[in-house]
Design a protein. Structure first.
Length: 313
């Protein structure tokens, strides 16, 4: 399946049972809720999917389950977050053999590689697979920034097609567009910056709170892309206290709790993470419940999408 690298790509949660096994039934329920809302692709085994506690075999099992359970086909992107080039190549090749449509590639984990090492790492993994790739640029959490000069070195690699922009510097959108034009698709990777980055020309949004609120996330994107900024902004302002759950060290627990309140996940996480409890849980539940009680009525924007597609706006 061709990956267009635009629209809404949920970073899917990995629901667990009380015994730490994957809750595949809940995973399928969330997956199809996302598809019903109109998302454009999915990311499996990302940071929100608790990649650090998943075995590679479990990621491949989630890939197979996704292919079988989808009520409509969309691209499936597998996250590659490994400590060594060898392991990253093996993970990429396994994903391709098992039917992944694309890869999301992080710099090396743990080791703070310099620019030459990081570019060499990317090119080595890319050379080992024919899948299209989105580079995950998140120096805030992973301590390695993929700079503009590094992207200049990667621009001649055709299969590197997109960037998950998580630097938290919205000016990077304009810098990338000014330097590369449309060479790289750019997807916002920070929920609290999505409106701003879409307004600046981002092509899509790899979302976190979409796992709990898929319809609202898709509505913001579609309204932005059809020029209905005021309607999109009204939804975004309602959404913002919830979106802030995405930028906390416990974002996995927070977003799982939000999804659980909407029947789309369990609260279980794999150690060393622990489930929320006590005052902290009460505070997060208050944010979630306030959002759910004031959930906006979404406008019917289907005619706007058709007009947008016809006119090529």
């Amino acid at each position: 399946m061709i990956v267009n690298w635009q629209g809404i790509y949920p970073a899917l949660l990995t629901p667990f049972n009380a015994n730490n096994s994957i809750d595949f039934d809940m995973f399928k329920k969330n997956l199809n809720a996302q598809l019903n809302a109109g998302i454009d692709g999915i990311v499996i085994g990302g940071s929100l999917g608790e990649a650090s506690t998943l075995l590679n075999s479990e990621k491949l099992e989630l890939l197979q389950i996704s292919k079988q359970a989808m009520n409509r086909p969309v691209p499936i992107i597998i996250n590659i977050a490994e400590q060594s080039t060898k392991c990253a190549i093996e993970a990429a090749q396994d994903a391709e053999k098992n039917g992944a449509d694309g890869l999301m590639l992080l710099p090396p984990m743990r080791y703070k590689a310099d620019g030459i090492e990081t570019v060499t790492y990317f090119k080595s993994v890319v050379k080992a697979t024919s899948l299209p790739i989105i580079i995950y640029n998140n120096p805030y959490d992973y301590k390695i920034e993929v700079t503009l000069s590094m992207f200049e070195e990667l621009a001649d690699v055709p299969s590197i097609q997109a960037v998950k922009e998580s630097t938290r510097d919205v000016t990077n959108i304009t810098r990338m567009k000014n330097l590369f034009g449309n060479r790289f698709k750019i997807l916002c990777g920070v929920d609290t910056l999505a409106f701003e980055e879409l307004a600046l020309g981002a092509d899509g949004w790899v979302g976190g709170l979409v796992d709990a609120f898929p319809a609202e996330t898709v509505a913001i994107y579609q309204l932005m892309k059809t020029g209905n900024y005021d309607e999109a902004l009204a939804i975004y302002r309602w959404f913002f206290p919830l979106l802030e759950l995405d930028i906390h060290p416990k974002f996995v627990q927070y977003i799982k709790l939000a999804a659980a309140q909407n029947g789309l996940s369990s609260e279980y996480v794999r150690p060393p993470r622990l489930r929320l409890a006590g005052t902290e849980k009460e505070l997060i539940l208050k944010i979630i419940n306030e959002g759910m009680s004031t959930r906006p009525k979404l406008p019917d924007y289907s005619h706007l999408i058709k007009l947008h597609n016809v006119e090529g706006v």
